[in-house]
Design a protein around this ligand. Structure first.
Ligand SMILES: NC(=O)CC[C@H](N)C(=O)O
Length: 381
């Protein structure tokens, strides 16, 4: 069956349909990862997007639920150069085509994904529509024009109620903005006692859980669309060590008074990132549209720890007084190299350091009506 992909600038691609035969609307983005299509499909941060895979053959190792990054795929639609119909992998449970059918997600194959990627690079992210209908292009353009991009993605993908994954180690409260499973895997591997809470949990509710540390997860969309979460983070800042990943990084920056903006076409796939402390370059897994503006950092207490070696954008931040740091990239990888997984160890080191300081200064342990900040905790350093 024929499928068409129409972009908001009028560009029309005609290819072959696979997956569901429903219509999909979304922002069209591309990812350059060579492997990892299952992780991309099921990463909740992709909610609202039609994803183009720049690697030309997709589906060749099939679908295995063990590789999912959440319980289901969250993309709106999938664009590939060539779809493999007969996967070859002993772990495969079913095919890409049958997965997309099961979750009512349409795909289009057989189009020039290189041209599409160039277009997005030049024009920036564009709205698009995948359809198998035979409606006229004029009609499709009208429908696409009337489509408003999703604005409530975090509410869609965050857990509706708190859940635990018990361990004997440090208690980590994960604020779930669309948390990838591999973040929980990394914490579990380190013995953590994990409590995952919905994105709109208040600081008071989080305090009652007595966290040793708070992890702000990845998640879809513009961080400014969840102001209550920004407020919650600013209320907890300095009380408990905080580690932000991707959306969590952007939210931490906003909570400290910095500003964020949308990149023209985002970073998706593997990007080189320089750690300024060691002058080392790490290959990281990335998936984001937004970035922290360097010009907004003055007076926030935030210092840049990592930068993107391709475009110089901010990739990591650390608070100079409070125990808080963040990464724009994905230290949990999935897909991608695990080079930057050391950040989870640094988070646990920070938690232990913070506890040691509190033990030396027990009077600081009590919560007071006035927010207890890191500068008090670290006053004698
Ligand atoms: N992976 C993420 O957490 C993405 C963060 C944010 N939604 C962005 O697009 O920039």
């Amino acid at each position: 069956m024929q499928a068409r992909l129409l972009l908001e600038d009028g560009t029309l691609f005609t290819g072959k349909a696979f997956g569901a035969s429903s219509d999909a609307y979304g922002e069209v983005v591309f990812t350059t990862g060579v492997t990892g299509y299952q992780e991309v499909l099921t990463d909740p941060s992709y909610c609202g997007y039609i994803v183009t895979m720049t690697y030309p053959l997709i589906g060749n190792y099939g679908i295995s639920r063990d590789d999912f990054e959440s319980v289901r795929p969250y993309i709106q639609g999938l664009v590939v150069r060539e779809q493999e119909l007969v996967p070859s992998n002993w772990r495969a449970q079913y095919t890409l085509d049958s997965l997309l059918k099961e979750y009512d997600i349409p795909g289009i194959s057989g189009i020039d994904t290189r041209m599409l990627t160039r277009k997005i690079r030049q024009a920036g992210t564009l709205k698009g529509l995948i359809t198998t209908s035979d409606a006229s292009v004029v009609e499709l353009a009208e429908r696409l024009g009337a489509y408003d991009v999703l604005k409530d993605q975090v509410a869609r993908v965050s857990t509706k109620s708190m859940y635990i994954s018990p361990g004997y180690g440090e208690r980590i409260v994960v604020m779930d903005f669309g948390c990838k499973s591999s973040i929980l895997r990394e914490l579990t591997r380190r013995g953590c006692d994990i409590v995952v809470v919905p994105y709109d949990t208040t600081s008071e509710q989080i305090r009652r859980l007595h966290p040793d540390g708070i992890l702000l997860s990845n998640g879809p969309g513009d961080p400014k669309r969840i102001p209550a979460a920004i407020r919650t983070i600013s209320e907890l800042l300095g009380e408990v060590p905080i580690f932000g990943i991707c959306l969590g990084h952007l939210l931490l920056a906003l909570a400290c008074g910095a500003d964020t903006a949308k990149l023209s076409c985002g970073h998706r796939g593997n990007h080189p990132v320089k750690e300024l402390r060691s002058n080392r370059c790490y290959i990281t897994s990335q998936n984001h549209s937004f970035t922290v503006l360097e010009s907004s950092l003055a007076g926030t207490g935030l210092a840049v720890t990592h930068i993107n070696s391709n475009d110089g954008s901010i990739e990591g931040l650390r608070h100079e007084r409070y125990p808080a740091f963040s990464a724009q990239f994905h230290p949990e990888a999935a897909p991608g190299p695990k080079d930057s997984g050391y950040l989870f160890d640094e988070f646990l080191d920070l938690i232990r350091e913070h506890k040691a300081v509190l033990t030396k200064q027990p009077s600081q342990v009590l919560f007071t009506a006035e927010k207890r900040k890191g500068e008090l905790v670290y006053a004698d350093q």
